[in-house]
Design a protein around this ligand. Structure first.
Ligand code: DSN
Length: 414
């Protein structure tokens, strides 16, 4: 952090420093978070934050675009090349606006939308009732099987045939198994629906070649840019050429005004990083670390939903440990291990005080932690969940600090 901020606004500077220290000292396991590189941070703090550029490269509503246009085009070209997509829109402010653009491009209010239900691991914007997508459209929600914790594509097909949605979503926020995008695409075609794959959680795994890509099977692919992809906060839409105009018009002027050009700059940097061979190593490490952590936790009696993980994410039902997700998450946080409480499929408890916790390996993998550290984390989690007292948390915290001190956090110079 710079000396300029320190003297001009000591209060904000102090909070930034404290957050840097917190992120450096903790074991961060929230699966939707990560550490961006110093280069991404620098680009997102650049003077592009000063610029308005409503429109698209070559067709803007403001003057002074001689550097914004090539910047946005660079981000678009890098996104297309990384994911093998025909068209990319890099302007969505985040994942939810990207998803809303898909509704605006293809649906009329009241049309039927089918997605994975939020309590089953889906996302609000895939038609959950409290979201605008469940209020302005007619939602149909699929789930995971109670006996396996996994999607059942025959059940999804049967439901789609019965309900005939106009839009079918794949993707979620708490599903730890591979998505069969080819089958989801086939189901959508069978019922005459558009198929959109929301890859927000797994975009970095797809870019790194460790999760199958939906690009060949989906009409549209949406994503955030800040999770496993390790870019700035933001969203992105990839699509086939035939949908390019509808998607671009839906983002601007349909939903948004001026794009956040400083984020476009940071995204361009992140997309370049994601095309390097080292990113493939990172993606492999994310998946192997999640698998080792899940296995170590199961070895200690933790009930991992679906019996393991194929990606970066682990969902645990704590019912057998006789502690709620919230109590466990708070005790672990005091011990320096940060994750989030989460509903599990068929949860009998309320979403604000659910039975589960959700964790993942992106941040620890970005720090270069490996199998030995995953097993150590499982041991600490077992100690704290087994005895969620301040005393145990304090003991574990000292050991956590020792470990995090050995693995510098990318982008943070503490
Ligand atoms: N809030 C994100 C997550 O944590 O998974 C989803 O939008």
């Amino acid at each position: 952090m710079s000396e300029v901020l320190s003297s001009s606004d000591p209060e904000v500077f102090a909070l930034c420093r404290a957050e840097e220290r917190r992120q450096a000292e903790k074991i961060r396991l929230i699966p939707s978070e990560n550490y961006v590189s110093k280069a991404v941070l620098e680009a997102s703090g650049s003077v592009f934050t000063n610029k308005y550029s409503e429109g698209y490269p070559g067709k803007r509503y403001y003057e002074g675009q001689e550097f914004v246009d090539p910047l946005e085009q660079l981000a678009i070209d890098r996104a297309k090349s990384l994911f093998g997509a025909a068209h990319a829109n890099v302007q969505p402010y985040s994942g939810s606006p990207a998803n809303l653009a898909v509704y605006l491009a293809f649906l009329k209010p009241g049309d039927k939308v089918m997605g994975l239900a939020l309590p089953m691991g889906g996302h609000l914007t895939h038609g959950w009732g409290v979201s605008i997508t469940g209020k302005y459209f007619t939602p149909v929600q699929y789930g995971v099987r109670k006996d396996t914790g996994r999607l059942d594509y025959d059940e999804i097909r049967d439901l789609a045939k019965k309900e005939r949605p106009a839009l079918l979503w794949a993707g979620g926020t708490a599903y730890s198994r591979l998505w069969d995008f080819e089958t989801m695409g086939a189901i959508a075609r069978e019922v005459g629906a558009r198929f959109c794959a929301d890859i927000a959680h797994i975009a970095g795994l797809i870019a790194g070649g460790v999760h199958p890509s939906p690009v060949a099977h989906a009409d549209v692919v949406t994503t955030t840019t800040h999770k496993t992809l390790r870019g700035p906060r933001g969203g992105m839409i990839l699509c086939k050429t035939e949908h390019a105009q509808a998607i671009d018009r839906a983002v601007f002027p349909g939903l948004q005004g001026g794009p956040h050009v400083h984020n476009t700059a940071a995204l361009a940097v992140a997309l370049k990083e994601a095309a390097q061979p080292s990113f493939k190593d990172y993606a492999k490490l994310v998946v192997s670390n999640a698998r080792v952590l899940a296995e170590a936790l199961m070895g200690k009696g933790f009930d991992v939903v679906s019996g393991g993980t194929d990606n970066h994410l682990i969902l645990i039902d704590l019912t057998n440990k006789k502690v709620s997700g919230k109590i466990a998450a708070r005790a672990l946080d005091k011990a320096g291990i940060e994750l989030n409480y989460n509903s599990v499929p068929y949860d009998t408890r309320k979403p604000f005080d659910p039975s589960g916790i959700r964790l993942g390996s992106p941040s620890v993998s970005s720090r270069g932690m490996g199998q030995a550290e995953m097993r150590q984390i499982a041991t600490w989690m077992d100690r704290v969940v087994g005895d969620p007292t301040d005393e145990t948390a304090a003991k574990v915290l000292g050991e956590v600090r020792e470990l995090t001190g050995k693995f510098p956090a990318p982008g943070i110079s503490i």
